[in-house]
Design a binder for this molecule. Structure first.
Ligand SMILES: Nc1ncnc2c1ncn2[C@@H]1O[C@H](COP(=O)(O)OP(=O)(O)O)[C@@H](O)[C@H]1O
Ligand SMILES: [Mg+2]
Length: 210
């Protein structure tokens, strides 16, 4: 019996990493075996790529290189961690996945969606999440939250209009696939955000028969 893949998406400071911790405890308390991961990263190779691709000292990185680096990390993550876990019947909770490439490298950097779809099929084995929770909030609010974390990484250092395009791209993807996406208003107090996220996950837990 194949496990379930749940991804958390959204812009900087949306609350992905915070909500992930609550969801992790909630899913594990249902007796489900769970792997937790993040992108870019999640494997030794992926974390090494993360250090490169987010390095604020790196200087110019062309959009094509950025897209390929994200998928280089993702290809390893799918084969080393996600696919094997799902085949063991475990669940995977991921802080970002392929939708982030459509939003950041597609919406943000202008890379063609058709090219990202090709990479999704080839590099990510066409793997699509069972549930994607999109934490949506105004860009300025997310950046203000993220700003309290200290020095911005290379992508966090982008300008406001970049993040507006990212947000729009995420919302378009959610509109196009309402069955997979659950959009949550992440500008509200954290307890309300996490309650909605738990409700979305519980719908999957309810029809899980291992
Ligand atoms: N709904 C919320 N209301 C207020 N603060 C929040 C909320 N969600 C997250 N935060 C805070 O915002 C900051 C960024 O959250 P984080 O989970 O790191 O976001 P992300 O992983 O999406 O970048 C953290 O300090 C977190 O405590
Ligand atoms: Mg985070």
């Amino acid at each position: 019996m194949k496990g379930r893949l749940i991804t958390l998406e959204g812009g900087e400071g949306a609350g992905k990493s915070t909500v992930l911790q609550t969801l992790r405890e909630h899913i594990e308390s249902s007796g489900i075996r769970l792997q937790v991961t993040r992108e870019p990263g999640g494997t030794a190779l992926g974390e090494a790529i993360r250090a490169i691709v987010l390095d604020p000292e790196l200087g110019t990185v062309c959009a094509e290189s950025e897209l390929l680096l994200m998928f280089a990390a993702r290809a390893q993550l799918v084969r080393e961690l996600i696919r094997p876990a799902l085949e063991r019947g475990e669940w995977v909770l991921a802080d970002r996945f392929t939708d982030a490439s459509f939003a950041y490298q597609g919406g943000g950097r202008g890379q063609p969606g058709a090219r990202i779809e090709d990479l999704e099929v080839w590099a990510a084995e066409g793997l699509r999440p069972d549930l994607t929770i999109l934490l949506d909030l105004p860009v300025s609010l997310g950046l203000a939250r993220a700003g309290e974390r200290g020095r911005p990484d290379r992508i966090e250092a982008e300008r406001g209009e970049f993040f507006e395009r990212v947000r729009e791209a995420y919302r378009r993807r959610a509109d196009a696939d309402p069955h997979r996406f659950r959009v949550i208003d992440a500008s509200r107090p954290l307890p309300r955000v996490t309650a909605d996220a738990i409700a979305a996950v519980d719908a999957l837990v309810a029809d899980w028969k291992p």
